[in-house]
Design a protein around this ligand. Structure first.
Ligand SMILES: O=C(O)[C@@H](O)C(=O)CO
Ligand code: MG
Length: 291
């Protein structure tokens, strides 16, 4: 069911929301992580995504999914690390992926194997592979071939279990030095890798902060079939989609017009922050944009 169809219902939402996935790393910050699954289901989400599952057992996560009738739409491969302890510390110590870091081949391979192991248990068809922070003074272009080779290796491994890998352009205001910032660069990498199971995770928040002209980019890239996942948030503050400079009423209708049938991840910081029930209170944006 597309967004326009969904919003055509005059005053109320259907009991489930087939298009929107709740990002549990961002939403429900007032709750312990494992309790966020139930909260998302109660709010009508039928899928979840989050950054990293590795601090929890895959069996516990699968039980939360099953128990709440949720699908796992996406999660990230580890940000770095060559064992569970270093994987657990990687994000907080500043790591943002090792894909572009030639000397960290072992961590890349360990991370892919761990992510695919979780994906099998969580029945998750997509893994986001973070590109990493550029080493000082190393030109992006000089690393492209090595990045493509690594991704080709990872895609072959992921294909064995029917998983698609995603790369996501991330804006430099939030992540200074990040290797991949632009949609066209992501599509260049897809050209170089030439694997059917490599797609782009198009986060409209990052796209607007870094490049702008979001609707034109949706029109350019969605028809290629190479965008495997979308994410949304208001700009500039990364809050609910009804706050800020992006017109999601228009953009969500455009997704329908372009026939996008994938998930739209709700990856924003609820404006009520840690206030109990703040995420649910902020979900009015889904209703206000009735067509
Ligand atoms: O946009 C983001 O921040 C996330 O999708 C992510 O995976 C890395 O930070
Ligand atoms: Mg994102």
């Amino acid at each position: 069911m597309g967004c326009a169809t969904l919003y055509a219902l005059p005053h109320s939402l259907p009991p489930t929301m087939p298009r929107f996935a709740a990002n549990l790393s961002f939403l429900y910050p007032d709750l312990p992580f494992l309790e966020r699954f139930e909260a998302a289901a109660r709010d009508g989400f039928t899928a979840v995504e989050y950054l990293f599952p590795y601090a929890w057992s895959k069996q516990d996560l699968a039980a939360r999914l099953r128990g709440n009738g949720l699908q796992q739409a996406l999660f990230n491969a580890p940000a770095a690390g060559a064992d569970l302890v270093s994987v657990g510390r990687a994000w907080d110590s500043g790591a943002r992926g090792v894909l572009c870091l030639a000397e960290r081949q072992d961590e890349f391979r360990y991370g892919m194997a761990l992510a695919l192991d979780y994906a099998a248990t969580l029945e998750c068809p997509r893994i986001h592979v973070m590109a990493g922070l550029l080493p000082n003074a190393v030109l992006r272009e000089s690393l492209l071939q090595a990045v493509a080779d690594r991704l080709r290796w990872a895609c072959a491994l992921a294909a064995e279990q029917g998983v698609t890998l995603l790369i996501e352009p991330i804006n430099l205001r939030d992540m200074p030095g990040y290797f991949l910032n632009r949609q066209d660069h992501a599509h260049e990498i897809l050209d170089a890798v030439a694997a059917a199971n490599l797609q782009v995770q198009m986060d409209l928040y990052h796209c607007q902060v870094q490049e702008g002209d979001v609707a034109t980019k949706l029109r350019r890239y969605l028809p290629t079939g190479r965008v495997g996942h979308l994410q949304i948030a208001g700009v500039p503050d990364r809050q609910e989609p009804d706050a800020g400079e992006l017109n999601y009423h228009y953009l969500l209708a455009l997704l329908d017009e372009l026939g996008y049938s994938g998930w739209v991840g709700c990856e924003y910081r609820p404006r009520l922050g840690l206030q109990p029930g703040g995420t649910t209170a902020g979900l009015g944006w889904r209703q206000r944009w009735s067509f």
